[in-house]
Design a binder for this molecule. Structure first.
Ligand code: 13P
Length: 346
């Protein structure tokens, strides 16, 4: 492992004024997104859609530091035969790859999940590196709300096995000279308040960093992708932007070592504007030990998906919508976003 190079890539992923586009939806997830805009999900429609994003040259070159791809996409060519990964490289963004293989039911823990994909991961990482991927992503899912039969979840079992797998993945990535994005996501589903999310996320982050240490992962060569401290979607007690920012910063300061170069948040089902406003408020705080930016999927793509709606004549509108969201979040990564900017569509 060359840690200096891993650290250089990690820092580039969290360049101030830039963030990560999570375009790594699995075939099942992208089908759900396309269903919502009444587009059939085929190899070609997925290619056309992602090509539209990667050819948004203003957004890609100015606001996007890296793109997380799904396995299909990293091997796929644009319509003119150029590999899609080359479009990303040409824009100056770093290509990355989702390497987990989704979740399975966790035995003995009803309603809870464990992320799988460690078997043969070392071989897969080698191939992805040869193809050009310089970072990877693995997402663990911790549900607060879905306990079967009134059980209290998450169980310590779910937290531990997922932390263990995240650390196994991270160590394998670094051995393959790939920067791991470590993503332990505490879901927003449910009616819990922000303090419950804070408490569970703190347990999850503490266990994750404990495992990373046990497995000798170099913190300088990774990026953390956490959820924010935020109330559940069905909670009647939604926290203000300032409260989300203040509690998320407090939580991260308590749990995330300063050796980690950067934190790139997931959006997790927040509205586009809320995801931007929260990131912005956090970046108005001075003296933080890590860079804070976005690694959004839905909060960057919902608008372009709607504007495009699968119609070739809407390509420019789709790119405009993507560029606008990318710019808003890029400003938020520097604490320079204001709600008034939303009205002036890009
Ligand atoms: P969302 O921003 O839609 O939560 O997606 C980010 C991601 O990569 C989840 O793994």
């Amino acid at each position: 492992m060359n840690l200096a190079d891993l650290n250089k890539v990690a820092l580039a992923m969290v360049t101030p004024g830039k963030g990560i586009l999570a375009a790594d939806e699995s075939s099942g997830t992208i089908k759900k997104r396309f269903d919502a805009i009444k587009v059939e999900s085929t190899e070609d429609s997925r290619r056309d859609y992602r090509e539209m994003l990667f050819r948004s040259s203003d957004a890609m070159s100015k606001y996007i530091s890296g793109v997380i791809l799904y396995d299909e996409t990293i091997w796929q060519d644009a319509k003119d035969g150029t590999p899609l990964i080359k479009l990303i490289e040409a824009s100056g963004a770093i290509p990355g790859i989702k390497v987990d293989e989704g979740t399975q039911a966790l035995p003995n823990c009803p309603g809870e999940l464990v992320t799988v994909g460690l078997d043969k991961l070392a071989d897969r990482l080698k191939k992805y590196h040869e193809r050009g991927a310089r970072f990877a992503k693995w997402r663990a899912v911790i549900d607060i709300a879905g306990g079967a039969g009134g059980r209290d979840i998450p169980s310590m079992t779910a937290i531990r096995v997922n932390a263990h797998a995240l650390a196994r993945y991270a160590a394998l990535c670094q051995a393959a000279q790939i920067v791991p994005i470590v993503e332990p996501e505490v879901l927003m589903d449910g009616n819990h308040d922000i303090d419950r999310c804070y408490e569970v996320t703190s347990r999850v982050l503490n266990k994750t960093f404990q495992e990373l240490r046990v497995q000798r992962v170099a913190l300088e060569g990774m990026i953390l992708k956490p959820n924010m401290a935020i109330a559940g979607k069905k909670s009647g007690k939604q926290a203000s932007v300032d409260e989300v920012a203040e509690k998320t910063i407090r939580l991260l300061k308590a749990c995330v070592p300063a050796a980690v170069p950067g934190i790139a948040f997931l959006s997790g089902g927040q509205s586009d504007e809320a995801a931007t406003a929260h990131l912005n408020a956090m970046n108005r705080t001075s003296g933080l030990p890590w860079r804070l930016t976005f690694s959004y999927g839905r909060a960057l793509q919902a608008a372009p998906q709607k504007a495009w709606s699968g119609k070739p004549e809407n390509l420019a509108a789709g790119q405009r919508a993507f560029t606008h969201r990318a710019r808003m979040n890029a400003l938020a990564s520097k604490g320079e976003w204001e709600t008034g900017l939303e009205k002036k569509a890009a």
